[in-house]
Design a binder for this molecule. Structure first.
Ligand code: FAD
Length: 455
C-alpha cells in the first residue's frame, strides 16, 4: 500500500504522528509539501517566513534522503496538488496534522471531500501542532476555555502521549516528481537577523538553551536586554520542534525555569483552542467592547511612525526596530508596542497584527491574532482596560537601558536609564540627538481610551 504524508506546520521527522502512522500502514510513503497559492495570494508568504521555510524544507529533504526517500515539493492549489500526487502514487490514504485557523478548517474539509470522491481517505492527526488538542479541555456544556488559569490547571494534569522517535527508513515512491526545493538565497527582502530554520537547527537550539538558559528563565524572561527566552517560536510555528517533546524534555529536567517554560507552551495551546472554536477571531473581535478604533487611513502618520520605530518613546521604538531587523521581538516588547498602538494611539489592533505578520518569522494566526486581541482588551485578558505605560515599563524591564541603546543607536550616548526619557535632557543636548519628538501625550491618550471604554 502507498500513503501520502502532507507536511504543513509539522516539518520534522521526530515525534511526527502522521509520518509515523503512514509508515506503519503502508510499504511506501510520499512525503509532500505544497507551496499553497492561497497562502501566497493572501500575502502571508512574506520573505522572513519564506527564508526560514526554505531552510526547513531543505533540512527535511536531506533527512529523508538519508532514509531512502525525498521530499516532493509542489506549487498550486493545495487540494488539487494533493489529489494529483495521491493519484500518481496510487495512494489509498493521505495523512496530515490537524490545524486550527479558519483557513485550515476549510482546507481539511475540501481535502477530505475531494479525496473521498476519488475513493481515498484523509487521516487527520491531533497533538502534532499542539501538545493538547483543541476541544480536549472544555468546560461542561461549552466548546472552549475562555480564561487561561483554569485551562492551565487542567492542561497541567493532562496525560501527554509518548514522544516518538524518527523513522529509521522511509521508503518513497520514485515515480512521483517534485519541483526544485526553494532555497533561502533566492528569497529577497529578508531581515538580516532571521535565524536558520529546520529541524536540525531547532534541535540544536533547544538542546543548548535547555542546558544553559532554562534554569534562569523564570527570573529573566521579562528582562528585555537579557534576551533570556528560548527563541524557539519560529521552530514551534513551523513544527520543526514538537510541543509534546518540548513539554516532556522540560519536565524531565524540572525546576522553576522548566515549569515557567512549560506554562508558556500551555499559553500557546490555549490560544490555539480559542481560535479553533472561534475561527472568526482571526479577523473579527472575540469580545466586542465599545471601541471605535481609528483605522490606518484615519491616522496615517501615527501608524507610519509606529511601524518605523519613530514614536519618540525609546522602548517602543527599540522593540519595533528589533522586529524589522530580526523578524522577532521580545514578548515584553510585543506587549508594550501592542498596548501603545491600540490603547495609547487608539488604532485598530488589526493594523498592528498585520504589521507583525508581515515581519515575524514566528507569525502565526493563533498566537498573533489572539495575543493582539489580548493586548487590545478584546480577547481573553481578564483586565481588558489596563494600559501599559511605556516609561514605567521601560524602567522596570530595561532598568539599565541596554535594550534601547542596542536598537536605537541614536540614543547610544545616553547613560543608564536616562535613555528612556530623552525629553528630560537640556535643550541643547536634546536638539543634538537625531531622534524624534514624542508623537502623543500619554496622559491625554489614556483618557481618550478609558472614556471610549466607558470608564
Ligand atoms: P519563550 O518565552 O521562550 O516561550 C516558549 C514558547 O512558548 C514560545 O516559543 C511560544 O511558542 C510559546 N509562547 C510564549 N509566550 C506565548 C504567548 N503569550 N502566547 C502564545 N504562545 C506563547 N507568538 C508566536 O509564536 N507567534 C506570533 O505571531 C506571536 N505574536 C504575538 C503578538 C503579540 C501582540 C504578543 C503580545 C505576543 C505574541 N506572541 C506570538 C507570543 C510571544 O510573544 C512569543 O511566542 C514569544 O515572544 C516568542 O519568543 P520565545 O520563543 O523566546 O518565547
Amino acid at each position: 500500500a502507498v500513503s501520502v504524508v502532507l507536511f504543513t506546520r509539522d516539518l520534522r521527522l521526530r515525534d511526527n504522528p502522521p509520518l509515523r502512522e503512514a509508515l506503519a500502514a503502508a510499504d511506501t510513503v510520499v512525503p509532500l509539501f505544497v507551496r499553497d497559492d492561497a497562502i501566497s495570494a493572501a500575502g502571508y508568504a512574506v520573505p522572513n517566513r519564506r527564508a526560514f521555510l526554505a531552510d526547513c524544507l531543505a533540512d527535511l529533504d536531506r533527512q529523508l534522503r538519508e532514509r531512502g526517500s525525498r521530499l516532493v515539493v509542489r506549487t498550486g492549489d493545495v487540494v488539487e496538488q494533493v489529489c494529483r500526487v495521491a493519484h500518481e502514487a496510487g495512494a489509498a490514504e493521505v495523512h496530515m496534522s490537524a490545524d486550527v485557523s479558519a483557513y485550515a478548517a476549510r482546507r481539511e474539509e475540501r481535502l477530505a471531500a475531494a479525496l473521498e470522491s476519488a475513493g481515498r481517505r484523509l487521516r487527520v492527526h491531533d497533538r502534532v501542532i499542539t501538545a493538547v488538542a483543541p476541544g480536549e479541555i472544555t468546560p461542561a456544556g461549552k466548546d472552549h476555555m475562555a480564561v487561561f488559569t483554569p485551562y492551565f490547571r487542567r492542561w497541567e494534569k493532562d496525560h501527554q502521549r509518548d514522544v516518538l522517535g524518527a523513522p529509521r527508513r522511509a521508503p518513497g515512491v520514485e515515480e512521483v516528481r517534485g519541483e526544485e526545493i526553494p532555497t533561502r538565497a533566492a528569497v529577497r527582502g529578508v531581515s538580516p537577523g532571521v535565524p536558520a530554520g529546520g529541524e536540525t537547527a531547532g534541535r540544536k537550539r533547544f538542546a543548548d538553551w535547555r542546558r544553559s538558559g532554562m534554569d534562569t528563565y523564570e527570573e529573566q524572561h521579562d528582562d528585555l536586554a537579557g534576551d533570556a527566552t528560548s527563541r524557539l517560536s519560529p521552530h514551534l510555528h513551523f513544527g520543526t520542534l514538537s510541543p509534546v517533546e518540548l513539554v516532556a524534555r522540560a519536565r524531565e529536567k524540572g525546576g522553576p525555569g522548566a515549569g515557567a517554560f512549560v506554562r508558556q507552551l500551555a499559553w500557546r495551546d490555549f490560544h490555539h483552542q480559542v481560535l479553533c472554536a472561534r475561527p472568526r477571531s482571526g479577523h473579527a473581535e472575540y469580545r466586542t467592547r465599545q471601541d471605535r478604533w481609528r483605522t490606518e487611513e484615519e491616522a496615517p502618520e501615527e501608524v507610519a511612525a509606529w511601524k518605523r520605530g519613530a514614536t519618540g518613546f525609546p522602548v517602543i521604538d527599540a522593540a519595533l526596530r528589533q522586529l524589522r531587523h530580526e523578524g522577532w521581538m521580545h514578548n515584553r516588547g510585543r506587549l508594550l508596542v501592542g498596548s501603545f498602538l491600540t490603547k495609547t494611539l487608539y488604532i485598530d489592533w488589526r493594523v498592528g497584527a498585520r504589521h507583525f505578520l508581515d515581519l515575524l518569522v514566528d507569525g502565526d494566526m493563533a498566537n498573533n491574532q489572539m495575543n493582539w486581541q489580548w493586548v487590545a482588551g478584546t480577547g481573553t485578558d481578564t483586565r481588558p482596560n489596563r494600559v501599559l505605560n511605556p516609561i514605567t515599563q521601560a524602567k522596570k524591564y530595561d532598568p539599565q537601558g541596554d535594550y534601547v541603546r542596542r536598537w536605537v543607536p541614536q540614543l547610544a550616548q545616553l547613560a543608564g536609564r536616562t535613555v528612556h526619557e530623552p525629553w528630560k535632557l537640556d535643550d541643547q543636548r536634546r536638539a543634538a540627538l537625531d531622534y524624534p519628538e514624542r508623537i502623543v501625550d500619554l496622559a491625554a491618550a489614556s483618557g481618550r481610551f478609558l472614556r471610549a471604554r466607558g470608564k
